[in-house]
Design a protein. Structure first.
Length: 282
């Protein structure tokens, strides 16, 4: 961005002061910690200009926010500072937000912002999909030995959670009315935004489920259709389990199974069962 001799260049420091001390706290009403994050990001770029480009702080202007210099800054953060992609993305987003503000205030800075806004930070590496091996899954599903009432409930809960690949909220919301034993046996799961889907039940799961229903829902036909499939008693009423309870059941199963299958991950979560089911049948 070049300015004719008779046109004063936009004052970078003035805009930065206005942005941090007026626009962010008063116009956008951001919390102090959020404003501090913007300040640190701007300071990071200023530090880069001063130490790597040998620009005196008092001489910094919007001319130093050209696309190439910003790209060099990204490389410096990644290769020299060893910042993780998320940190680089935060720094870049803050600088682009500042340039957007400046461009809205001063039309001659629109080109500066337009050149910068399409820059992208390095992509965050995708985490590998967490899933259980077949022998690990078998150990987890058999961990609750069924020697008492709660153990039998928990074992059925995990078997159904795995076989249906249901989300935790879908499992806890199941009622007797959602279970169809007639062929083809299936569950009706209700998920996000009250969307329903039908999930077939495998033969082994169906066998387990029928035994469970006999014990936990005797005379099922006379029970309310809205009775929770999995429940605990609260003030004498069968109440659906909480998501925390399901997580605790799985965590306990992991602790028990790990005694004979040490390779089971320390942190088991329900989504891991869904991924395991999606990868292939047991």
């Amino acid at each position: 961005m070049k300015h004719a001799m008779h046109e004063p260049a936009p004052d970078f420091w003035g805009y930065a002061r206005n942005y941090l001390h007026h626009f962010l706290p008063q116009v956008r009403a951001l919390a102090p910690r959020s404003i501090e994050a913007y300040r640190i990001s701007l300071e990071s770029y200023i530090h880069y200009l001063a130490t790597q480009k040998q620009v005196s702080r008092q001489d910094i202007s919007f001319d130093h926010f050209d696309r190439q210099t910003l790209k060099d800054w990204l490389v410096w953060m990644r290769q020299t500072k060893n910042y993780v992609p998320a940190t680089i993305g935060l720094r870049l987003s803050a600088v682009k937000a500042f340039l957007s503000f400046a461009a809205a205030e001063e039309i001659t800075l629109v080109a500066v912002y337009q050149a910068a806004k399409t820059l992208k930070a390095p992509a965050t590496p995708r985490k590998p999909i967490e899933y259980l091996e077949e022998h690990e899954t078998t150990a987890v599903l058999a961990a609750h030995d069924g020697k008492d009432l709660k153990s039998r409930r928990n074992r059925m809960l995990l078997i159904l959670l795995y076989d249906s690949a249901a989300r935790v909220g879908e499992i806890t919301a199941l009622t007797l009315d959602d279970v169809t034993l007639a062929k083809p046996a299936h569950l009706t799961l209700t998920g996000k935004r009250d969307k329903s889907r039908v999930v077939p039940l495998g033969e082994k799961t169906l066998e387990h489920l029928m035994v469970y229903l006999e014990e936990f829902h005797p005379q099922r036909a006379t029970r309310p259709a809205t009775r929770p499939l999995f429940y605990s008693y609260h003030r004498g009423q069968a109440t659906e389990l909480s998501s925390d309870t399901v997580a605790a059941v799985l965590s306990k199963a992991g602790d028990l199974a790990r005694q004979r299958c040490p390779s089971i991950p320390e942190r088991l979560h329900c989504h891991m069962l869904r991924k395991t089911k999606a990868i292939g049948p047991l």
